[in-house]
Write a protein that binds this ligand. Structure first.
Ligand code: TXE
Length: 481
């Protein structure tokens, strides 16, 4: 059985304690590799290596740093097929999706920040003839980057790329549920000639290896993407240590569909935004609000389309819906379907485990599920489910739908469908989310600020926001007289 190893000080190494955790292929429900069960000793070693590498990396010319990051991006492109296959097996997502979205985005992340750092500038201010200020932005030190399982290599690189480009060294902890592509990535870093210690990858459990990283006194900056509960606990540990924190957490995103929308476009994009990656994207819309005049027509057309989604072995090119990431996550999602029924919801389609044949007979597949007849304030409509489950609700007025949209503790993204520009602007203005899409979904320009309000997180990723986060500003004021 394949053993994943930690990447510390430029080498692939066994965990110090010699312990491993099972890594399961969710499409077949079987262990297929082993992950290091790292602890604070492994984290200690990784932080030491990252600290030792900091002076060389942070003082290396920006161009040289960028060249190495470009080289890694090129190797990701070269290995597209291998990485996409690994991601699909590890996560359960359709191979086609990994090939089209996850892996190309990972190389784009590396390339974007390799280029971005060469354009990043700091400021100078002069209010009168007597004084001039200039602000430097220096790398901070060892950055801790903790990433989740839903878009494994995509979100892993989304954090480490700006951290490295800005001149920090990194200790990263990928999700223990989907460690494989981060492991393959470490092999590419060695091949690309990334100096030892610049990036260190420690695999293992969140509460053990992740917690040790957050608690480490020599890691002054933490970037985390994952669940809101975990985010809260990380903040509780990091805040008294005055660490710089970026938290990208959960969502319960509304799709607001007005009667004057382009119906076909709204319909097909909403199917996609509901069930892409089995609904396990923090940006998926999970509450669909439809204006009363088109409510019945929308529900019926939506359900028809959802019924036609092909649930299949993720390695099958026809698969539109793959497996959920783990048995426990599938059970959590199923518990919410049960709750929805108890709360009076009507299951319009789905609601059950999907039974596949052959290889995938024991996989964690769930039918895409559409629920109606629930009020906006019930638990099903307030809590993050993070699976292939959506609710549809009617609304009558703009004011009412804004209230519904803003009624949860989350505020990550929202989608608005209308052909009326004024209405689109007004509703976008009123919805309390960090990201709004009008007549589209998940269109990503990597320069834009990415993140959420309320319990969806703290801070923003993307563009200059990430480079600002991963640097420490220092203002120098000089008297000219
Ligand atoms: O994520 P965790 P889980 C949501 C989704 C899901 C829920 C829980 O609703 O059902 O979160 O998922 C590491 N100190 N999202 O439990 O635990 C962990 O090892 C340091 C939304 O799988 O948040 C992993 O690397 N690290 C989300 C990472 O945190 C810790 C994507 C995320 O895992 C830690 C995923 C600790 N104490 C789930 N505990 C999104 N925003 O996209 C865990 N970790």
């Amino acid at each position: 059985m394949q053993k994943i190893r930690n990447y510390i000080n430029g080498e692939l190494v066994e965990p110090i304690g010699g312990k491993y955790i099972d890594n399961i292929n969710p499409s077949i429900g079987e262990v297929y590799s082993l992950i290091p069960d790292s602890d604070n000793n492994d984290v200690e070693l990784a932080v030491k290596a990252a600290k030792a590498a900091f002076t060389q990396w942070s003082t290396m010319s920006i161009n040289d740093r960028a060249k190495i990051m470009e080289a890694i991006a090129n190797l990701i492109d070269r290995d597209l097929e291998k990485l996409a296959m690994a991601e699909s097996i590890d996560n359960g997502k359709p191979l086609k999706l990994a090939r089209r979205v996850d892996i190309p985005r990972a190389s784009a992340n590396m390339r974007f920040y390799a280029s971005g750092i060469q354009h990043f500038a700091s400021e100078s201010h002069q209010a009168d003839e007597n004084f001039i200020n200039y602000t430097t932005r220096r790398p901070i030190g060892v950055a801790g980057c903790i990433s989740p399982w839903n878009l494994p290599l995509y979100l892993f690189t989304w954090k480490i790329a700006p951290a490295l480009a800005a001149g920090n060294t990194v200790v990263a902890k990928p999700s223990e549920i989907t460690p494989m592509t981060a492991y393959l990535f470490s092999e590419l870093c060695i091949e690309a000639g990334l100096p030892k210690g610049v990036l260190n990858i420690v695999h293992g459990l969140g509460g053990k290896a992740g917690q040790a990283l957050v608690e480490h006194k020599d890691v002054p900056i933490i970037s985390f993407t994952g669940g809101t509960t975990t985010g809260k606990s990380i903040a509780a540990t990091a805040a008294p240590m005055f660490k710089k924190l970026s938290l990208e957490l959960g969502g319960k995103n509304p799709n607001v569909i007005f009667a004057d929308c382009d119906f076909e476009k709204a319909l097909s994009t909403t199917v996609h935004s509901s069930f892409s990656n089995q609904g396990q994207i923090c940006l998926c819309g999970s509450r669909i609000f439809v204006e009363r005049p088109i409510y019945e027509k929308f529900v019926s057309a939506f359900v028809d389309k959802v019924k036609k989604l092909t649930i299949a072995d993720p390695l099958n090119e026809a698969s539109k819906v793959g497996a959920l990431v783990s048995k426990s996550h599938m059970e959590k999602v199923i518990s919410y379907i049960k709750l929805a029924k108890e709360e009076g919801g009507t299951i319009m389609t789905g609601g059950n485990r999907a039974k596949l044949e052959d290889r995938c007979a024991n996989g964690y597949f769930l039918e895409p599920t559409v629920i109606t007849d629930l009020p906006h304030d019930c638990r099903t409509n307030q809590e993050e489910i993070f699976g292939p489950v959506v609710t549809i609700m009617p609304f009558d007025t703009q004011e009412e739908v804004i209230e519904y949209a803003n009624s949860t503790a989350y505020g990550l993204s929202a989608t608005i469908w209308t052909e009326n520009l004024k209405k689109a602007h007004n509703v976008a203005h009123e919805i309390k989310s960090g990201i709004i899409w009008v007549n589209c979904w998940l269109v990503r320009d990597l320069r834009t600020p990415f993140g959420g309000m309320k319990q969806s997180g703290v801070g923003r990723e993307g563009g200059w926001e990430a480079l600002r986060f991963f640097t420490e500003p220092k203002n120098v004021c000089i008297s000219l007289t």
